[in-house]
Ligand binder design. Structure first.
Ligand code: SF4
Ligand code: F3S
Ligand code: FES
Length: 234
């Protein structure tokens, strides 16, 4: 079958504004949108620029706006996308070229969320820090984040206020706030209670719809806010 692929193109060295270009691409229903992008790049226009790495929904590098929704190009199949497919870069972040966006601010917020375990105490048995299955379960959902930025760049609060830390950073803060082995609990809560932290969320739920890992992002944000309130009461 033939698919009409519309791609939002922008070359900062040539273009004043982004514009659409259309390509007729041969495709199988089982192809991923990433396969079509490869076909354009390899056989029609080698200047087309986009990010991808694993091609199997693991690395999070090919999140883009496909048919109006944030998705991973390597996961979205032609049989679901239809015969007319539009592809645009993620919203709310600067476009470097075509589908390639500048992720520096996203990574800065991620790093600022302290995405690592803090614990300088020597374990009881001198070997390992044990954790019950129930305690592990508290952050099972948020531990599955692949840092694709689909949630943050789907959030209207982030579009209007780029200082908002964004759902992805909160998800990764949640991952350690609810880890019973961590000793930086208060510091993490203080970070998230910042003026541009969790309180900015307006419960729009776009982040939940956008997440390719099915993480309940809004619930994670709610759990962090509840934890902050409990700490303030204590
Ligand atoms: Fe991507 Fe989901 Fe992680 Fe957000 S929470 S960065 S959408 S995997
Ligand atoms: Fe944005 Fe998600 Fe909150 S879309 S407003 S972070 S629920
Ligand atoms: Fe790695 Fe799509 S290329 S998630």
């Amino acid at each position: 079958m033939e698919v009409q692929l519309r791609i939002r193109r922008y070359n900062p060295e040539l273009d004043v504004e982004p514009h659409w270009e259309e390509y007729a691409v041969e495709a199988e229903p089982s192809d991923r949108v990433l396969d079509l992008l490869h076909r354009v790049k390899w056989y029609s226009d080698g200047t087309l620029t986009f990010r991808r790495s694993c091609a199997h929904g693991v690395c999070g590098s090919d999140a883009m706006l496909i048919n109006g929704r944030n998705r991973l190009a390597c996961e979205y199949l032609v049989k679901d996308a239809g015969r007319r497919i539009s592809v645009e870069p993620l919203r709310g972040v600067p476009v470097v070229k075509d589908l390639l966006v500048d992720m520096e601010d996203f990574w800065a917020k991620y790093r600022a969320s302290m995405p690592y375990l803090v614990n300088d105490e020597i374990p009881e048995d001198g070997k390992e820090r044990r954790q019950s299955q129930a305690d592990r379960e508290l952050y099972e959902d948020t531990s599955r984040c692949i840092l694709c930025a689909a949630c943050t760049t789907a959030c209207p609060v982030f579009w209007t206020n780029p200082d908002y830390v964004g759902p992805a950073a909160i998800v990764n803060a949640h991952r350690f706030i609810f880890d019973s082995r961590d000793t930086a609990h208060e510091e993490r809560l203080e970070l998230m209670a910042d003026a541009d932290g969790v309180w900015r969320c307006r419960t729009v739920f776009n982040c939940v719809e956008a997440c390719p890992r099915g993480i309940n992002v809004t619930r994670a944000i709610f759990e962090v806010t509840r934890e902050i309130k409990q700490a303030e009461r204590a």
